[in-house]
Design a binder for this molecule. Sequence first.
Ligand SMILES: CC(C)(COP(=O)(O)OP(=O)(O)OC[C@H]1O[C@@H](n2cnc3c(N)ncnc32)[C@H](O)[C@@H]1OP(=O)(O)O)[C@@H](O)C(=O)NCCC(=O)NCCS
Length: 319
Amino acid sequence: MKKILETDRLYLRQFIKGDTLDLFQLNNNPEVLRFTGDVPFTSSQETQAFIDHYFKNVYYNPTNGAPTHLGRLAVMRKTDHVFLGWCGLKFNSTINAVDLGFRFHQYFWNRGFATESARKVIEYAFRELKLIQLIAHAHINNKASQVVLIKCGFTEKEQIIYDNQPTLLYYLKNTEFELREITAAETWPVRHPVLRKNRPLEDVYMESDEKESTFHLGVFHNSKIVGVASFMEDTHPDFSGFQSRLRGMAVLDEYRKKGIARWLLEHGEKILKNRNRSLLWFNARANALSFYKNLGYKMTSEEFHISQVGPHYTMKKEL
Ligand SMILES: CC(C)(COP(=O)(O)OP(=O)(O)OC[C@H]1O[C@@H](n2cnc3c(N)ncnc32)[C@H](O)[C@@H]1OP(=O)(O)O)[C@@H](O)C(=O)NCCC(=O)NCCS
């Protein structure tokens, strides 16, 4: 049993087999389930499957492969080790976002435990895991949950249907991250180690870098540049329309799988649309194919080889 987080009154740890009864009881209280869209567990095996699922919900640090817990955690009271409920994170692959959630035994409501544990989980998500933002869901009538989220700094985004329930979607940005337009030279601390590793520094230069129509975007973490992308006017002979080309998309190893490349690309697309560009294309490295496909880009070529880099495919998207 590993303690992950600690607050004044609480500690948060991974679930253990001994939590089965508590989780079973938690999910059998109609008051607890009133706004969650869940149904009670029908057996202890189902409860165990829930525990196993969260045990597997681990986030792997892309640099050293070290597992970091990214799952719901049991919230325990320090004084007597009583299981109060759970609070924690969950990666939602459908919308590519990490969700904050919590649920407590009714007996422990209105004592500030949800806010205290949620604040600690947010600090962990932003400081340790360096996630760029969190989302959260609350049923439109679940005022208590909404108050907790607002006290934690979340902002209401929109009303959606989630788990078949009318739900408010909230989000909270990690203010340690910032995206802004940068110069070509500012891209080099990321372009060089990621895209031109073991090559001379001058290899980072791209021919359209300084053109007036080119723009470069950078994501900064506490003033350190961690992700870059460049958008250049360039006409591909196979495509028509007012085209732009993406070049130099790169994120430092230790900042990958947090949505930084997606943020850069989506922001770039917005700027291009405002500038009336109709198509964005690029030559994608084979290892980044699925990332681009998931953002709506289509392959338009067979595999081809770029010297010193490796296999590539041309991809495009109408804007
Ligand atoms: C390709 C590259 C730019 C992607 O950068 P990134 O910031 O890791 O990209 P994102 O985090 O936006 O998305 C990557 C994946 O992480 C997932 N992800 C996003 N947030 C996540 C989170 N909080 N937890 C877990 N996974 C997450 C996304 O679903 C995505 O999955 P997919 O690849 O299956 O679509 C980066 O790997 C890189 O620099 N590679 C080397 C250079 C390169 O290949 N550049 C592209 C040249 S064409």
